[in-house]
Ligand binder design. Structure first.
Ligand code: AMP
Length: 303
């Protein structure tokens, strides 16, 4: 299977052991999913579609991708831009995030529609998120949604995580409208109930599920932290219990890794319940470890 994930990877400065020191890493929602897919689906070709600069930090990301087995052939180079950056600060054990991403190269990732269409043509599964859309200007948002619509019509599978981040949008109305437009061109929609309740006002996970089915998604899986996952997928429906982690270490990338486990598990078995079990197992592993991209040597997929 050929997977194309589309979005922004940022440089991450995370607190090191010594106070006041920081360790450099790379992360971003769609990037995290793509990275986990390379780990759990070694036979798949996983490419990341983004834009970076020509500076050393951008090159470091490319090197990191190459070392991870994540294909960088669809990474565009924009000479006068660089990566977005975020810093994690810890106050009494609570993490807070500061971002510098207003001018990141990734904001121009869909400026060249031809590049996007070419990359999608070479993929079987295309994955993007509400954050991918949020960072783009209006013309590029339209380009991405139109390209996804055309790719779906050409028989590709489109997977979309709404990943609602109102601070990245000019208004919540713009966010909710655009998210529904993107969901309407997607086969698989992977929302998290807590965010959906906050910004769409859904009273229940079932409300979230139905809203995305109504615009034409064939497979909707509603994540809900340690609460059961609700799904309706190509005629199969149900709820799958999550085994809660007793002491959560870090919930960063829980949803991103769940999506990777689900997409890999479903592709391997053609069975949504097994896909969800894989997603839940991977997310469980990820929330039991520190950081967005956690060590994977000791993890095996339960399918
Ligand atoms: P969320 O995006 O917060 O709804 O979480 C995504 C997925 O991460 C959930 O569907 C669960 O599979 C997993 N997850 C999140 N929190 C926990 C937890 N405390 N224990 C086990 N799994 C969790």
């Amino acid at each position: 299977m050929r997977v194309l994930a589309i979005g922004e990877c940022m440089a991450e400065l995370a607190p090191a052991e010594t106070a006041g020191r920081f360790a450099l890493g790379f992360a971003g929602d769609t990037f995290n999913t793509a990275w986990y897919l390379t780990k759990i689906m070694p036979t798949a070709e996983v490419s990341y579609f983004t834009a970076i600069g020509t500076d050393t930090l951008s090159q470091d990301l490319k090197n990191f991708m190459d070392a991870s087995g994540l294909q960088s052939k669809h990474v565009q180079i924009i000479p006068d831009r660089t990566l977005g950056l975020y810093m994690i600060t810890l106050t009494d054990g609570e993490r807070s995030f500061t971002y510098w991403r207003g001018q990141s190269a990734a904001r121009a990732l869909a400026a060249d529609p031809e590049a996007l269409i070419k990359a999608m043509d070479a993929a079987d599964l295309i994955y993007f998120s509400g954050i991918t859309l949020a960072i783009l200007d209006q013309a590029s948002k339209d380009t991405l949604v139109a390209a996804a619509r055309a790719a779906r019509a050409a028989g590709k599978t489109i997977a979309f995580d709404p990943n609602l981040r109102p601070r990245l949008w000019t208004s919540t109305d713009r966010m909710t409208e655009t998210i529904m437009e993107a969901a309407a061109v997607s086969d698989i929609v992977l929302p998290s109930y807590e965010d959906e309740a906050d910004w769409f006002g859904d009273a229940t996970p079932g409300g979230t599920l139905q809203r995305y089915l109504d615009v034409g998604a064939s497979c909707v899986v509603v994540k809900n932290g340690p609460a059961p996952v609700l799904y309706s997928c190509d005629g199969a429906q149900g709820e799958i219990a999550i085994t809660p982690v007793e002491s959560v270490v870090d919930t960063t990338a829980a949803g991103d890794s769940f999506n990777a486990g689900l997409l890999a598990g479903r592709a391997a078995t053609q069975d949504i319940a097994k896909g969800i079990a894989s997603g839940a197992a991977l997310a469980r592993w990820v929330v039991s470890n520190k950081g967005a991209l956690v060590p994977m040597d000791a993890f095996t997929l339960p399918v």
